[in-house]
Design a protein around this ligand. Structure first.
Ligand code: AMP
Length: 428
């Protein structure tokens, strides 16, 4: 084969696209019930937006971004995450001036040059939401509730919400020193990656995937036990709001978002059916991000969730039972004369919202019937021969094989659900 899709990317084929549509539609509907509105931003941005917004030392910036120079010499990057892009748009369009709390959601492709493996793609899709402008733990709770609601509505089982607090600029620096001191004792035994993280980003060592790192840090001090008064109260209040909303959660002191702009709440939703890459959702509060990209400090909370991992979980849990939308009716023509007429009738049915298929390949009657069978339509309309001259067509019910003959002019009303599309019918 001359061309193949790029490693770490996937085609969504016609027989699976309905799953994406189903999931996307549910996501949108949940978002709308929580009063979040969609934001769409371009697929690429200036590299500096992500390089600054994400923090120089993260993996995404370090090695994972798809960055290129355009002809004008500008460095551009395919977006590896949405939050920085949303914040850029929020600032550029002064969205904060219109509303004190701006609530947006997105469904969009993201690009990261990661090592492809199960659950890790180079182009993947995220849905997510951001609530910009609120410092109350009620906003954190709403974001957590919103993300969990999507999984509940979709019927996903066995997912777990894990929450933590990563403190703020007042309490985190002291804690970082305590943690570093603790980790110095085991420095030699840490993985190379964790060694590199010790100076700038020691919190990330706590969520290392390396088993030995995990052993070495079992009794490491945790941020949640070193919070300042404000962060501690925020964390306690968040928990009590979540309880009042009947949202089950666990506290996990190892959930860290690792980046300096994150403050207070950090959370994940994980699926027990996903194996090593088990995170469905990552989210938290990032009160310092907007300032980092040139705005004024604005408290914000958000989450991002992988759609491929959601679909994988739903497939494992056998949640999909449906299939692609199929035509209700297949029009076959018995002879050459009927062919053009069949296409015209198909157009009329389609205009009246009746999903309909018709042969375009000049196939024999027998092979048209075979095709109708393959597509599992409910009815076949047979056009041609003597009937047509009398203004009649034959309808075959494919379930019981019964054939009836009706006037062509009655076709639409015959297939229309009662009460449907009366106006269109009259305008025909
Ligand atoms: P992050 O932006 O890294 O916090 O990721 C948020 C969510 O996006 C994760 O919990 C995953 O569900 C999903 N995700 C992140 N990276 C990938 C990837 N490379 N391939 C597929 N899904 C991903």
């Amino acid at each position: 084969m001359k061309f193949k899709s790029i490693k770490g990317t996937k085609d969504v084929l016609p027989d699976e696209s309905y799953r994406w549509q189903f999931v996307e539609q549910k996501i949108r509907s949940v978002m709308h019930t929580f009063s979040y509105h969609e934001i769409r931003t371009p697929v690429f941005e200036e590299t500096a937006l992500f390089a600054r917004g994400i923090g120089e030392l993260t993996d995404i910036v370090g090695k994972e971004m798809y960055t290129f120079q355009d002809r004008g010499g500008t460095m551009l990057t395919l977006k590896p995450e949405m939050t920085a892009a949303v914040m850029r748009s929020y600032l550029q369009h002064n969205l904060g001036e219109q509303k004190p709390l701006v609530k947006v959601y997105y469904i969009a492709p993201m690009f990261r040059q990661e090592k492809p493996q199960a659950g890790r793609l180079r182009q993947f899709h995220q849905f997510g939401a951001e609530a910009i402008g609120g410092s109350s733990p009620f906003v954190d709770a709403e974001i957590i509730a919103l993300s969990a609601e999507v999984y509940r509505v979709l019927g996903v089982k066995n997912f777990q919400i894990k929450i933590n607090s990563v403190g703020c600029i007042n309490c985190r620096p002291q804690y970082k020193e305590i943690l570093k001191k603790h980790l110095q004792n085991v420095f030699k035994e840490l993985s190379e990656e964790s060694k590199q993280r010790l100076e700038q980003n020691p919190l990330r060592i706590l969520d290392s995937k390396d088993e030995n790192d995990q052993k070495l840090t079992t009794d490491a001090p945790l941020m949640k036990d070193h919070l300042c008064k404000e962060c501690s109260e925020h964390f306690i209040e968040l928990q009590s709001i979540l309880r009042s909303l009947n949202i089950e959660f666990e506290i996990d002191g190892r959930i860290v978002r690792g980046l300096d702009y994150y403050t207070k709440t950090a959370y994940e939703i994980i699926s027990k059916d996903l194996g090593a890459q088990d995170a469905l959702v990552g989210g938290g509060r990032y009160d310092l991000l907007l300032k980092e990209i040139g705005g004024k400090q604005t408290p914000s909370v958000g989450f991002a969730a992988g759609i491929e991992r959601l679909l994988l979980t739903m497939e494992k849990q056998q949640i999909f039972t449906g299939e692609n939308i199929k035509p209700k009716v297949f029009i076959v023509s018995a002879d050459e004369e009927g062919r053009g007429y069949a296409v015209e009738q198909a157009m009329i049915l389609r205009r009246n919202n009746i999903p309909c298929e018709v042969d375009l390949l000049g196939r024999s009657l027998k092979s048209q019937m075979r095709e109708a069978d393959r597509q599992k339509v409910e009815f076949v309309i047979i056009i041609g021969g003597n009937e047509l001259q009398k203004g009649l067509v034959i309808i075959k019910n494919m379930k019981n094989g019964i054939q009836t003959s009706i006037g062509v002019k009655d076709l639409v009303s015959h297939f229309q659900e009662p009460g449907e599309n009366i106006e269109t019918r009259e305008n025909r």
